[in-house]
Unconditional design. Structure first.
Ligand code: MCN
Ligand code: SMO
Length: 787
């Protein structure tokens, strides 16, 4: 056997619908989240946050809070003067930076901006003291900027030093759009105000930090997706040595991208603990979460498409303007939305030319950061709406127009006009499957019949390409280059059971099961013989954690490679014991066997024991362990979502009847997990299409501060989601795996929007904003916006 098996072994476990091993502790309530961890003597932190969208902070009178109780201590902006402000690292020229102090000193730039942290021996005392302080803080309230329109003009400037609120604007021309527009029979235009919505994890954010002075040791528990990266950031901002910091992500109740970049709180709370020499914890409440945790996805997209009368889309001119909120979110960027949208815009379609204008501006709203399908949701939704608009204008069937413009599998690998290298895919096959499964043909008849009765049903289709496997290459192809580095360590102990330590950091996706499946097939053992640990920087090798649907490809490959290496070590040890050539051995069902004569075998446990304790056997490598690295090429998953719905023309209410989702993520490790991921992502996409939007009053006061006003879909709102798979392996990645965690949210909103426009075609409806709440739907019917 080769010592370095670069493919993933697929025997008993990989590809099987294995029940998730981690779920028992989640379902029985025994999983430990940050809020469950208690350290004797720990102090409770409560934030005092700005009630104003834009205001100078004039005076923070700490004595008001400190007189509430002897245990109260207040940390205001100036107390963090030796903490480096947070800044984004995206390596793009012409991007203006907006350094963010972990607690603001000069100004509040959105309602919820941190102005002080109050710490006390109990949560109640801290709350009382924080409330007293909040009433006493003096502000000089400024005009607030609530729109990206005119952002390049000055006044008022959200960051005084910048002289503008527009922090980036760049046009990249791919191919000759002028020529394509000159040749076009028609130009079809479409605009989309993509709504501002965001992650709604069951667990809000939370940090517990403990600085033990005698040990010179800082331990930080945080509900994070990126423990190692957070450790690097804390070390840098606080000036501590990195090996003295241990970051632990205990059970994390959902992240969805929001817990990816470092929050100011994740630096401020450790600093307070460091200063006090005591454990300090902060747990965000839901209202705080809805105003202070990052929001997402708001963009203004303008598209002009040059098309032929036969329905060929020659070229597009696109403008993507992101509304970044009060700061270009540190360690990420206000660009993540519009920049990723621009690069992903072509999706599965051929374009001869594309003008890509990307801009990001600041407003006095909560900063925008990652949320499942960053940039890609808006890009996909706007593009799929445009494609339907073109079809309607030309009188071509929406399925037909997609077929005309879509890449065929044989054309792949294919470099898109924006430079994304699609590895492989099943664009036509996924569309065909969606059309078949949703019953497209018979639908049209039903629709026509129902329309005569005054009932409006609609069917919408949205195809997508999902960029996955974020390593250095993928992030560069996305337009926001960042290097990456990930590893896994696989170790077999003397009894023959296995520990896997990974640098990805699961927060709901099912990695314990998926990785165990890979190692089980790699080592000829069962999932039950394997323990997977992640989310602890002292116990796992360095890496960037879990986001951008990278873990299956990267974590899967590092585990496969390290397992292959350990397998080779086992075979060498067994070869010593059996006095045969290791090439003549294989592993199956907990045994090392001679190929062709399975009766000559050793139990894995005996080999592992000997490899540890028998100096004649353990030879050159005393431990059955291996750490492997992987920084993958980009891989692109694809699929298609089809939605059938009905609109009540009197109330504007939408009811979803059916959702069909076709997923192609290459080789699947666990089809049951893939299916569940599609369920979650599609549901979040439906939330964005129909319900979710962070609303602000004209003065910048948030109007969606609880789940009464910020509505997310419940099980009752969702029809069953029918998921079907196609497996087109990636020719580039280890094992042919592609990621898939975001596809549903990328595709579903476009399918919903197109279904609404289809249902309301008799009214000439054209969707130009989201969500499709009843008010907006009625305006589409009656032709008056703001009905
Ligand atoms: N998988 C598989 N076979 C494949 C691809 C994936 O079996 N070919 C499995 C993986 O093993 C993994 C899951 O599907 O268990 C998702 O894998 P992947 O697409 O690699 O995505 P990540 O594990 O890197 O997760 C990140 C992705 C993102 S970016 C967001 S946002 C999101 C999502 O996952 N956040 C989630 N799904 C989430 N699910 C939960 N429960 N909670 C979140 O916060
Ligand atoms: S938004 Mo997902 O964590 O990339």
């Amino acid at each position: 056997e080769p010592t370095q098996d670069l493919s993933i072994r697929r025997e008993k476990w990989v590809g099987r619908r294995t029940q998730r091993v981690e779920d028992k502790r989640f379902i029985t309530g025994t999983a430990k989240y940050v809020a469950d961890i208690r350290i004797p003597g720990m102090l409770y932190a409560i934030y005092v946050r700005s009630p104003h969208a834009h205001a100078r902070i004039v005076k923070v009178d700490k004595s008001v809070a400190e007189s509430v109780h002897s245990s109260v201590r207040v940390f205001a902006g100036e107390d963090f003067s030796d903490v480096e402000p947070l800044i984004d690292h995206v390596a793009l020229d012409n991007l203006l930076r907006t350094p963010q102090a972990v607690v603001s000193i000069d100004k509040a730039r959105f309602v919820g901006d941190a102005v002080a942290i109050v710490v006390a021996e109990s949560e109640l005392i801290a709350s009382d003291a924080a409330a007293a302080l909040a009433d006493a803080i003096e502000y000089d309230v400024l005009d607030s900027v609530m729109s990206v329109a005119g952002a390049e003009q000055t006044s008022p400037n959200i960051h005084d030093a910048l002289g503008t609120n527009e922090i980036y604007r760049q046009t990249e021309r791919h191919g000759d759009t002028d020529d394509a527009f000159a040749r076009a029979d028609r130009v079809v235009s479409s605009t989309l105000h993509h709504n501002r919505y965001g992650a709604a994890p069951m667990e809000t954010r939370g940090v517990l930090a403990n600085f033990e002075k005698s040990e010179n040791q800082m331990t930080v528990w945080s509900s994070t997706q990126m423990p190692h990266f957070l450790r690097s950031v804390i070390a840098g901002q606080l000036g501590l040595s990195e090996n003295r910091i241990r970051v632990i992500a205990p059970a994390v109740g959902g992240g969805f991208g929001q817990k990816m970049a470092t929050s100011p709180e994740e630096v401020a709370i450790p600093y307070v603990a460091y200063r006090l020499g005591k454990p300090v914890r902060w747990i965000e409440d839901r209202r705080e979460h809805l105003i202070a945790a990052t929001q997402a996805k708001e963009q203004f997209i303008k598209l002009d498409a040059a098309v032929t009368k036969e329905g060929k889309i020659l070229a597009v001119r696109g403008e993507f303007v992101g509304d970044g909120g009060g700061y270009s979110f540190n360690t990420e960027s206000a660009l993540i939305e519009p920049a990723l949208a621009g690069k992903a815009f072509p999706g599965p379609y051929r374009l001869e030319a594309f003008d890509e204008t990307v801009a990001a501006s600041l407003t006095n709203k909560t900063p925008v950061a990652a949320y499942r399908g960053v940039g890609w949701t808006a890009a996909n939704t706007s593009r799929e709406i445009l494609v339907d608009d073109i079809a309607r204008e030309l009188g071509i069937d929406p399925v037909e127009i997609r077929k005309i413009n879509m890449l065929h599998g044989e054309e792949l690998p294919y470099r898109s006009i924006t430079g994304q290298l699609y590895d492989s895919g099943s664009y036509h096959e996924s569309l065909a499957m969606a059309v078949e499964k949703i019953g497209y043909e018979s639908f049209r008849e039903r629709q026509a019949a129902l329309r005569k009765e005054g009932r409006y049903i609609g069917l919408g289709i949205s195809t997508y390409v999902e960029q996955t496997a974020w390593g250095s290459e993928s992030s560069a192809q996305a337009g926001t280059p960042l290097p990456s580095h990930d590893n896994a360590t696989v170790t077999m102990d003397p009894s023959g059971t296995v520990l896997i330590a990974v640098s990805t950091s699961c927060h709901g996706q099912g990695h314990e099961t998926s990785y165990a499946q890979i190692a089980a097939d790699g080592l000829g053992i069962d999932v039950a013989d394997i323990k997977v640990i992640d989310g602890d920087t002292d116990a796992t090798p360095y890496g960037l954690g879990t986001y951008a649907s990278r873990s299956a490809v990267i974590g899967g490959a590092t585990v496969a490679r390290a397992s292959a290496d350990v397998r080779a070590q086992i075979l060498r040890a067994a070869a010593n014991m059996l006095e045969v050539n290791p090439d003549h051995l294989t592993i199956a069902d907990h045994k090392v066997q001679v190929i062709g004569s399975p009766s000559v075998s050793l139990s894995l446990a005996d080999v592992a024991y000997a490899a540890h304790w028998d100096d004649a056997v353990r030879a050159e490598n005393p431990m059955l362990t291996s750490t492997k690295f992987y920084d993958p090429p980009a891989t692109y998953a694809n699929g298609c979502v089809a939605v059938e719905l009905e609109i009540d023309a009197c109330t504007g209410q939408i009811s979803l009847d059916r959702i069909v989702a076709i997923e192609d993520c290459g080789m699947q490790i666990n089809p049951m997990i893939v299916e569940a991921q599609v369920h979650g992502a599609v549901t979040q996409g439906v939330g964005g299409a129909l319900y979710e939007h962070f609303k602000y009053a004209p003065d910048g006061k948030p109007m969606t501060t609880s789940y009464l006003e910020y509505q997310i879909p419940s099980a009752a709102d969702m029809p069953p989601i029918e998921v079907y798979s196609i497996e087109t392996p990636s020719p580039f990645s280890v094992g042919g795996i592609k990621g898939m965690g975001e596809g549903g949210q990328i595709a579903a909103p476009g399918a919903v929007a197109n279904a609404v426009a289809d249902a309301l075609a008799p009214f000439g409806a054209k969707v130009s904003k989201l969500p499709l709440d009843p008010d907006y739907v009625l305006s589409l019917i009656h032709g008056v916006d703001g009905w």
